[in-house]
Design a protein around this ligand. Structure first.
Ligand code: HEC
Ligand code: HEC
Length: 324
């Protein structure tokens, strides 16, 4: 008996020791770096169509994190909507400034970052969403806009704040949160006339609704978005502007806890103007003011084909929560 206990004790000590080693490793290693994707040089041609389209995507998908509210420039800010357990994280300066912005990044370095999350120095840009399923044309438009003469991307010498990730954030980037491989071939968006396919593209590729509207950032599957746990059923915690904790909502067609009892017009109104039947939608739900009617309707058509999930959030009221 004594011997067994002694062996168990030694084993336990071993486990504790290994755990401590792993913790030290994570703490010292911090957020890891990777080899930069090998890419041929490319020069994105900035046509007026691309710049206008890029402006629409950037205003929906990038400004909430990258825009300094005091100056209106995309010079970065602290991401206060993330729950505090991730530490203090800051979006970078992405204006054209040579030293503090992206003035020296080549087009292929920008493509690599948007697709994989790996920066030109190899460091993994944690929290910066990856746009693996965005079409090549949309990515080119985003980059054309970042290089445009629009006011919010002009050089601004504000240095990017150094990241202060928590131990949890570092541990996650050493385990589950990883850069993605480059897409295998060309990424082409379906035609808007095929509403369901186009809607799926908007939800997974251009606007990444699934990223916020599934169960948990940690179980989202960015290679195959539909395999994310609780796909589009909502439930991720965010901190809204007044500091209160809110959850993303269920976008599947469940009548009580999702959008099953909404009309298409109510949906379009909520997404384009931030007005839901319950009232104004709070941050970090993006403002999709430049989204056109065809896009909003295509998303609705696609959502009607997504497997229905029952997932109540406090706004659904006590009855829906109780019957869960
Ligand atoms: C959820 C917040 C968030 C969103 C949305 C977001 N970013 Fe970022 N972005 C970040 C963070 C955080 C970093 C990394 C800062 C770091 O680690 O130094 C970053 C880094 C970058 C960088 C690298 C700059 C550098 O010097 O490291 C570029 C370029 C960039 N983002 C462009 C974009 C574009 C374009 C979009 C929209 C298509 C976008 N981001 C959307 C948070 C975000
Ligand atoms: C950055 C995270 C984020 C992204 C990206 C995002 N949402 Fe949201 N969304 C939220 C949050 C958080 C709420 C809850 C807001 C509230 O309770 O006021 C919300 C609420 C909604 C609602 C209201 C639902 C209800 O029951 O009231 C709709 C509809 C919606 N989002 C649709 C979309 C669509 C469509 C997209 C993609 C085009 C999208 N969202 C992208 C975070 C996000």
């Amino acid at each position: 008996m004594k011997k067994v206990l002694r062996i168990l004790g030694l084993l336990l000590a071993g486990v504790v020791f290994l755990g401590a080693c792993a913790a030290t490793f994570v703490q010292v290693r911090g957020i890891p770096s990777y080899d930069k994707p090998q890419m041929a040089a490319q020069k994105i041609v900035a046509t007026p169509t691309r710049i206008a389209h890029g402006q629409k995507i950037v205003n929906a998908m990038c400004v909430d994190c990258h825009r300094n509210p005091a100056t209106g420039a995309l010079s970065g800010k602290q991401l206060t909507e993330l729950p505090p357990e991730f530490g203090k994280l800051y979006a970078a300066n992405i204006t054209q400034d040579q030293q503090h912005g992206i003035g020296r990044w080549t087009d292929e370095e920008l493509v690599a970052l948007l697709r994989t999350g790996i920066g030109r120095d190899g460091r993994y840009r944690v929290v910066m969403p990856n746009f693996r399923h965005m079409s090549d044309e949309d990515v080119a438009s985003v980059i054309a806009y970042l290089h445009s003469t629009d006011r919010q991307v002009q050089p601004d010498p504000t240095p990017t704040h150094e990241q202060e990730p928590s131990f949890l954030a570092k541990a996650l980037t050493n385990t589950v949160m990883k850069p993605l491989p480059m897409p295998d071939g060309a990424v082409v968006a379906p035609a808007p006339t095929d509403a369901v396919a186009y809607g799926r593209y908007l939800v997974v590729g251009r606007y990444k609704c699934y990223d916020c509207h599934s169960q948990d950032h940690q179980t989202n599957n960015h290679l195959e978005p539909e395999k994310s746990a609780g796909y589009l059923g909502g439930g991720i915690d965010f901190v809204t502007t007044d500091g209160s904790l809110i959850k993303s909502r269920n976008l599947t067609m469940d009548a009580e806890t999702g959008l099953g009892d909404w009309t298409e017009a109510q949906f379009v109104q909520a997404v384009r103007y931030g007005q839901s039947p319950h009232g104004p939608l709070r941050t970090p739900m993006p403002k999709f003011t430049l989204m056109d009617e065809t896009e909003a309707r295509a998303i609705y058509a696609y959502l009607r084909t997504v497997p229905v999930l029952r997932n109540a959030t406090p706004e659904d009221g006590a009855a829906a929560v109780a019957t869960r």
